[in-house]
Write a protein that binds this ligand. Structure first.
Ligand code: PEP
Ligand code: MG
Length: 325
């Protein structure tokens, strides 16, 4: 049974003692959504919309975006689709936007910072997403939020988008969950305040690790310092998940860590609700989850909180894995 991954495709992702999680997939294109249900995904936890913008020579208009988002919503047949607003900048370029060259692109003009500056761009996207909500269950996620004001401004822009759609007489979903990515340490530390206002969090470990330990996620010279098992990262994860639970909200994770079976006992122990990963990782993570006991994972996580280096955390997780295999 252990070796047979296919056997897990139709099973629920639930631990031996009944802790149920939602397994979701990350996608970048409409095509990728087509076979997700058969592959065992229960939702799209991250739709990276920037690829829709990168594949052409000008901004996709509202109709073009509406068609793409609707197609994904329909492919998922009512299952949740978390659509992230444009996350351009950093390593992702968009020549027709003529973004300035920067000394530190990852610390500069990117993602929601562009959306709140070039408002017509974000407004058009929000209108297209709200309209696509008629064809399924879409949720909106804002990337690179660093503080409360940015989130509040983004939420206000969503309300403005709905207002415009009402005036134009276009049908749109009447309730759409609004959430933020937690990928900047300042947001992770302020999770308690955010949790009062947002509907959900999704933790982007790829950027969160880079900003926490000050290691460029693309630079191989320093990649030995880049580790999501760093105890500082684990403290941030705990702060975020804990805040969401206290305020009755849910937390997902869409960074690479969610798709690593080695991390699964820790993430179960922390109480992570939604796990979003590349489709190819779904069955090996689900296999791990169904062999875990949440109570043992909580005890392991308590022990991990006492550890002081990433190497120690990794060793503790590897030892734990040997016991269950
Ligand atoms: C992340 O930062 O973890 C994330 C999922 O976003 P991206 O990899 O697209 O920056
Ligand atoms: Mg990111």
């Amino acid at each position: 049974e252990w070796a047979d991954l296919k056997a897990y495709a139709d099973r629920e992702a639930v631990t031996k003692d009944g802790f149920r999680v939602e397994l979701a997939a990350n996608i970048g294109t409409v095509e990728e959504s087509m076979s997700l249900l058969e592959q065992g995904a229960e939702a799209v936890g991250l739709y990276r919309t920037e690829f829709l913008f990168m594949g052409q020579s000008q901004l996709p208009d509202e109709e073009t975006q509406y068609k793409a988002y609707s197609a994904v919503a329909e492919a998922m047949r009512g299952r949740p689709v978390v659509i992230r607003t444009l996350d351009i900048g950093g390593d992702k370029e968009l020549p027709y936007l003529e973004l300035p060259k920067e000394m530190n692109p990852f610390l500069g003009y990117r993602a929601i910072r562009i959306g709140l500056d070039r408002k017509e761009l974000l407004l058009t996207q929000l209108k297209a997403i709200a309209r696509a909500g008629v064809h399924g269950t879409v949720k909106i996620m804002f990337p690179m939020i660093s503080g409360l004001e940015e989130w509040r401004e983004a939420r206000a822009m969503y309300e403005q988008a709905c207002e415009q759609l009402r005036n134009e007489g276009k049908p749109f979903a009447d309730s759409v969950e609004l959430g933020i990515m937690i990928e900047i340490p300042s947001a992770a530390l302020m999770a308690d305040s955010f949790a009062k206002e947002v509907d959900f969090f999704s933790i982007g470990t790829n950027d969160l690790v880079q900003y926490t330990v000050a290691v460029d996620r693309m630079n191989e010279k320093v990649s030995h310092l880049y580790d999501y098992f760093h105890p500082a990262v684990i403290r941030l994860l705990n702060n975020v998940i804990d805040a969401s639970i206290r305020h009755g909200k849910w937390t997902g994770m869409c960074g690479t860590m969610a798709g690593d079976p080695l991390a699964a006992p820790l993430l179960v122990g922390l109480g992570l609700h939604e796990w979003s990963m590349s489709a190819s990782s779904l069955s090996k993570v689900k296999k791990m989850i169904v062999h875990l006991k949440r109570s043992e994972c909580v005890a392991l996580t308590q022990r991990i909180f006492e550890l002081e280096t990433a190497a120690e955390v990794r060793r503790a997780l590897e030892d734990f894995h040997k016991q269950i295999e």
